[in-house]
Design a protein around this ligand. Structure first.
Ligand code: ADP
Ligand code: ZN
Length: 435
């Protein structure tokens, strides 16, 4: 039987969710208008007042907020309560530039941890579980979020943080961890290390993993599931909306349910800002309905994805978001063609390689170049040079079919590409250095 952390909320009829969102939105807009001069100014400029917002149908009237607004108002320009009411600071990973900080009241922490607890229960977590948190602890939200959620569910929580893989494995085996939480790239690395140490997937007690904080493909999911002998669940979030747990997967593994009692999701055309109908691909925008200290309205995530209201067999009624393909700023434009690193990952794994790769883009004589470095599997090492050249050609052809442009593929010896313990950095765009 399906279990939920907060059943009444998670299975609420869609009409009721919309009513609840409308009610909360009206209050939240007022709270922000009255307490955040920066956003009040944006609303005034757009000629919209809190009285104009009667419900979610008026959401489109509100101005957007983007990362540059947060950088401009750093550190406390978005604060909507007295700083003395805040109990915590977290910060983005700074993947795309200067870090952004977020602040939380105790209420904000509670709702964030509830969201993570929902994700853990959806992955089968109960108080009988031993949950190993191998996301980084500290300013990064991954560790703190899953840690708090794990306490709420009543799991025995192992606050490992990321890194120190030997110790990670020792505790996993000695303490019989049943749920592993970390980035998918780190999960793959842990799986690889276990294998090197001679363990089989059935030698660990893990049953599930909750992996997120970076884009990962379905192919990568299958690889990790096989390596660790688990079911791997996706979790999504960003510091600006509190952290992980904004959306989470259920056993269907067909997109992540967005915690709609706390967040309204919209998909917009990234170029025009126009709201797109359900089912169309675009940029994900979130409005947080309950956060007190850092309540962002219409925050543009730059994550590209699709929403679906299709009924889910798990009984949850929250809308689902597809796996984000990556951020609009992760998208590479190479010789005029749009390329997401995740497309290359899909091909590599389908062709039987491990997810250890690096993508380098450069510009030579005014033409973009694309080089993909992929590790050989240990058993391929003994192949002749001729054999390896053949494999490089075959892989290059497969990537060309996917992308429409031909990369130079370089097969490199095993273990020569750096492993990631947190968010993997797979792309080096050298063109930026010349600009
Ligand atoms: P930064 O923006 O510096 O990376 P965060 O640590 O807040 O800061 O990361 C949030 C971002 O991580 C999201 O906007 C998204 O791009 C990415 N992300 C988080 N979870 C997932 C996921 N499950 N799948 C794909 N991308 C994800
Ligand atoms: Zn579901």
């Amino acid at each position: 039987m399906e279990r939920y952390f907060q059943k009444d909320i998670e299975t609420m009829p869609v009409e009721k969710i919309k009513e609840l969102q409308s009610e909360k939105l009206v209050k939240q807009v007022k709270h922000v208008y009255e307490n955040v001069p920066y956003y009040r100014n944006l609303m005034d400029k757009k000629g919209v007042r809190p009285e104009d917002i009667h419900g979610i149908e008026d959401l489109h009237k509100l101005p957007f907020i983007s990362k540059s607004d947060l950088r401009e108002t750093y550190p406390y320009g978005m604060l909507a309560v007295p700083l003395s009411d805040c109990v915590r600071i977290q910060s983005t990973s700074g993947t795309t530039g200067k870090r952004v900080i977020a602040y939380y009241t105790q209420h904000d922490i509670e709702l964030w941890e509830d969201c993570c607890a929902r994700a853990i229960v959806a992955a089968g977590g109960t108080k009988e579980d031993v949950l190993q948190v191998a996301y980084g602890y500290g300013l990064f939200t991954g560790g703190a979020g899953l840690h708090g959620g794990s306490h709420k569910v009543g799991c025995l929580t192992l606050p490992m943080s990321s890194g120190n893989t030997e110790r990670q494995i020792q505790f996993m085996l000695d303490l019989k961890s049943t749920i592993l939480c970390c980035t998918p790239s780190y999960a793959a690395y842990i799986g690889e290390t276990l294998k090197e140490q001679g363990y089989k997937p059935e030698d660990n007690s893990l049953k599930a993993g909750i992996f997120g904080a970076e884009p990962w493909t379905e192919e990568m999911r299958r690889d990790i599931e096989k390596a660790l002998g688990i079911k791997a669940y996706d979790i999504y979030g960003l510091t600006e909306t509190s952290g992980p747990g904004v959306a989470f997967e259920c056993k269907e593994q067909k997109g992540m349910h967005i915690n709609e009692d706390h967040f309204i999701a919209e998909i917009i055309d990234p170029d025009t800002g126009e709201v797109l109908p359900e089912g169309e691909k675009g940029e994900l925008v979130f409005t947080s309905l309950d956060k007190e200290a850092f309540p962002l309205l219409r925050y543009r995530t730059r994550d590209i994805c699709v929403l679906s209201r299709e009924k889910c067999s798990c009984g949850r009624t929250f809308i689902r978001m597809a796996k984000p393909m990556g951020r609009s700023d992760d998208m590479l434009i190479i010789r005029g063609v749009n390329v997401f690193p995740s497309q290359i990952e899909t091909v590599l794994l389908n062709e039987g390689y491990a997810p250890n790769y690096r993508i380098e883009v450069d510009r030579v004589n005014n033409t973009d170049t694309l080089d993909v470095f992929v590790e050989l599997l240990p058993e391929q090492l003994s192949d002749t040079t001729e054999g390896i050249v053949k494999m490089e050609k075959a892989l290059s052809a497969a990537i060309t079919t996917m992308l429409g442009i031909r990369p130079a593929v370089h097969l490199v010896p095993p273990k020569t590409i750096v492993r990631s313990e947190g968010k993997a950095v797979r792309v080096i765009d050298k063109r930026k250095l010349h600009d």
